[in-house]
Design a protein around this ligand. Structure first.
Ligand code: TRP
Length: 378
């Protein structure tokens, strides 16, 4: 499997620039961003990371709205751990203020946020090497939103296809102002620490484009300060849920990482299949059956066609048995680690507090530079 680096097309016609001294980070020994090829394999990226004394900075995040699931794991969490292990300077954001774009927060939010940290640790993120922190604990990050908001128009925000889709599925009569502006908040999430790479799903590319636009406009209007981050798109095929639609927390069609082996078996039993007993791997014509084949293959580290051939005419029941065993086997160590830490609230909150300290130091330095650039440092 490989990761490709996707460079969104600049939409202002200006050349991509990479200031010699980006933000508050030490001068870069890495090549100027414009010289970085548009696509990198995971191996090339890993080689760059190992040889990079400055350490490529990576920021990713998740909304704490529920348990992480197999789709998150196969599509993105595994890659984050690989990046961390390859030496990237990882910032991992528990995007708690983004929860309230389309729902209310409350007492349950604490559990979701700490559960997210437990999921991260279970997957192999290491708080000694990765900075895990929450939005709400880093005031300077949030203050950056104000100057950045001045750099985009309401019309631009209203055109954002991802925001439109999310607003449509939110099931609320009125679009909240936070929903409309959260892509700019996300720009603050990325720019406060001068991240170089942002591993995201394809649905997030419009937001990355907002970040790049805002960075470019700030650099042009005030002074070159921000790195234009690049999206890192995983080429892991996306995993479908029990109903045949993309696996997603909001659809309730997931295999949660934290689920027990029996719960996993029950969920997989309910996965949609088709009546043809002969199992094949053909995602276009047989999406549901192929999805179970793919899940089995990804968990076993095998080719999906080989998995399909092994099952042959065994039918959906055999396929589901294989899928259940493969998922449970693959997640066993992760679940064991999670079980050890999930109840340790003090440990999990401590990780968020330490992460917030480091993120705050970064955010305050960036905010100070922004205020100086804007003539607001008195
Ligand atoms: N919007 C992202 C999601 O829903 C979460 C997120 C918040 C994020 N801030 C971010 C992702 C910054 C990448 C970078 O999945």
């Amino acid at each position: 499997m490989s990761i490709t680096v996707d460079v969104p097309t600049p939409n202002t016609g200006q050349a991509t620039s990479f200031p010699a001294t980006a933000g508050n980070r030490p001068p870069s020994a890495a090549p100027a961003q414009a010289e970085v090829p548009a696509f990198l394999t995971e191996a090339e990226l890993a080689a760059q990371l190992v040889g990079d004394a400055r350490r490529i900075r990576v920021l990713t995040g998740d909304r704490p709205t529920g348990a992480l699931h197999l789709g998150h794991y196969l599509g993105s969490l595994r890659n984050r751990v690989r990046l961390q292990d390859a030496g990237a300077d990882m910032f991992v954001l528990v995007a708690d203020y983004q929860v309230v774009t389309d729902r209310d927060a409350g007492a349950h939010t604490t559990g979701h946020a700490l559960g997210l940290v437990a999921d991260y640790l279970a997957c192999g993120l290491d708080p000694a090497r990765s900075t895990i922190f929450a939005h709400s604990a880093v005031p300077a990050l949030n203050q950056l939103l104000l100057p950045l908001l001045s750099l985009v128009s309401v019309a631009e925000l209203e055109r954002n296809p991802t925001t439109k889709a999310e607003a449509a599925s939110a099931g609320r009569p009125a679009l909240s102002a936070l929903m409309l502006t959260y892509p700019v908040h996300q720009a603050a999430d990325i720019l406060f620490c001068h991240a170089d790479l942002v591993p995201v799903g394809r649905d997030q590319l419009p937001h990355l484009e907002v970040t790049r636009t805002v960075a470019r406009r700030f650099n042009t209007r005030y002074r070159p300060l921000f790195t234009e981050p690049r999206a890192l798109i995983s080429d892991a095929p996306s995993v479908l849920g029990s109903d045949g639609a993309k696996m997603s927390k909001s659809r309730g069609n997931t295999i949660a990482l934290r689920a027990t082996a029996d719960e996993t078996a029950a969920v997989i039993k309910g996965f949609k299949t088709d009546p043809d007993r002969h199992i094949t791997y053909d995602p276009t014509t047989r999406p549901e059956v192929s999805n179970l084949v793919l899940i089995t293959a990804l968990c076993r580290g095998e080719d999906p066609h080989t998995v399909a051939e092994q099952i042959g005419s065994g039918g959906a029941a055999t396929l589901k048995r294989h899928a259940t065993e493969a998922v449970n086997e693959h997640l066993r160590p992760l679940r064991a680690r999670r079980a050890e830490i999930a109840a340790e609230r003090a440990l999990l909150s401590g990780i968020l507090r330490r992460g917030a300290e480091r993120a705050t130091a970064e955010a305050e330095a960036t905010l100070q530079q922004v205020r100086e650039a804007m003539g607001m440092a008195y």
